[in-house]
Design a protein around this ligand. Structure first.
Ligand code: FAQ
Length: 310
């Protein structure tokens, strides 16, 4: 009966078991997962653009090889996540179409420009750092394919974070000009990185339901606070300042207090009006069109050799 199916689903979630593609699940659970996972997948592939901007200008062969590997990893993360979303019955074509037509979102962070080489370091340290803080708990997400994709993604993100940190450290300890460039990058990426965690808990439309379903394990504000607490000592080691005059240790709370986030800026970027939204989507649509022959060739090859299986 429908009641028994729903009870079995609720019991599995309560017992911290994984929900698998063939299991019955409430339609709203499926829809919310598709929403979050698609947005996550889109973020990975759009997120290739800001850093790819620097591949041809990396200052050494070593830095170029590292950056290329990182950007390729991001394409891979997009593929794991699109595949995981397909297990919920959403085809990749449909998801990409929604991205290209602006009907599905991607992370606000990728709508900011990468103005200097130090931005590659700041993205690794702060953007990948924020991504890991958000994604480690997703390894325990109630939906099996998403949770398993996250395990591998988090391992790779951790390498990404370290390469950014090491790059910024080299610049910070370099010439005064290099130090200044590193500081400028941190000044520009700090606040947008805090916005990656989403709106504050009282404004977060999906948090309560997603936490009840154990899709999310912590609230947006909890993870944002965890990230701030992690970054403060790291910034000290880097010899760089976080651009927030209100940032200070609060003994009573056992956490750092920090200044107010500019939510108008956040919603403006989410709504499509950030500095690079148009550029990112235009570039993405063009890459998709230019890749049509690859998809056609792969489909033709599969039809010829795979027969009915394809
Ligand atoms: N940007 O009710 P909530 C990466 C939307 S890391 C844009 O709180 P939820 C790695 C939200 O979708 C970045 N939109 O939503 C990398 C919702 O709109 P909707 C990707 C945002 O889902 C590094 C509305 O606001 N990571 O790519 C943002 O409970 C370097 C209300 O918000 C993930 O996607 C935002 N920042 O919590 C790659 C992680 N925040 O859907 C390349 C998985 C919120 O109703 C280079 N996702 N919105 O139209 C999550 O954990 C969650 O979806 C949150 C949002 C925490 C992002």
């Amino acid at each position: 009966t429908p009641e028994a199916r729903e009870a079995a689903f609720d019991a599995a979630v309560a017992a911290d078991e994984r929900i698998e593609p063939r299991d019955w699940m409430p339609e709203a659970y499926r829809a919310s997962l598709v929403r979050q996972m698609a947005q996550h997948a889109h973020s990975e592939i759009i997120g290739m653009q800001p850093e790819a901007n620097w591949i041809t200008r990396a200052p050494s062969l070593r830095r170029k090889a590292i950056l290329m590997a990182k950007v390729q990893d991001e394409a891979g993360h997009g593929l794991y996540l699109y595949s995981a979303t397909e297990t919920l019955g959403a085809s990749r074509d449909e998801l990409l179409d929604k991205l290209h037509s602006g009907r599905q979102k991607y992370s606000s962070i990728f709508n900011y420009p990468t103005l200097t080489w130090a931005d590659v370091g700041a993205i690794g340290w702060l953007v990948d750092g924020a991504a890991i803080t958000n994604q480690v708990p997703l390894c325990r997400c109630s939906y099996g394919p998403y949770a398993r994709a996250m395990v591998r993604i988090c391992k790779e993100e951790s390498f990404h974070q370290r390469q950014g940190y090491e790059l910024l450290l080299a610049l910070s300890k370099g010439t005064p000009e290099q130090h200044e460039m590193a500081q400028d990058a941190v000044n520009r990426w700090w606040w947008p990185s805090l916005m990656m965690f989403g709106p504050s808990d009282d404004e977060s439309a999906h948090s309560a339901q997603s936490m009840a379903w154990k899709i999310k394990r912590h609230s947006n504000d909890e993870l944002r606070q965890r990230f701030v607490d992690i970054c403060v000592p790291q910034a000290e080691t880097l010899g760089l300042t976080l651009p927030d005059p209100d940032l200070r240790w609060n003994e009573e709370r056992g956490h750092h207090d920090f200044g107010a986030i500019d939510w108008d800026e956040f919603w403006n970027v989410v709504k499509g009006n950030g500095p690079c939204n148009e550029q990112r989507l235009t570039q993405r649509r063009r890459a998709h069109e230019e890749g049509a022959w690859v998809r056609d060739a792969a489909a033709a090859y599969a039809a010829k050799h795979g027969g009915a299986k394809a």
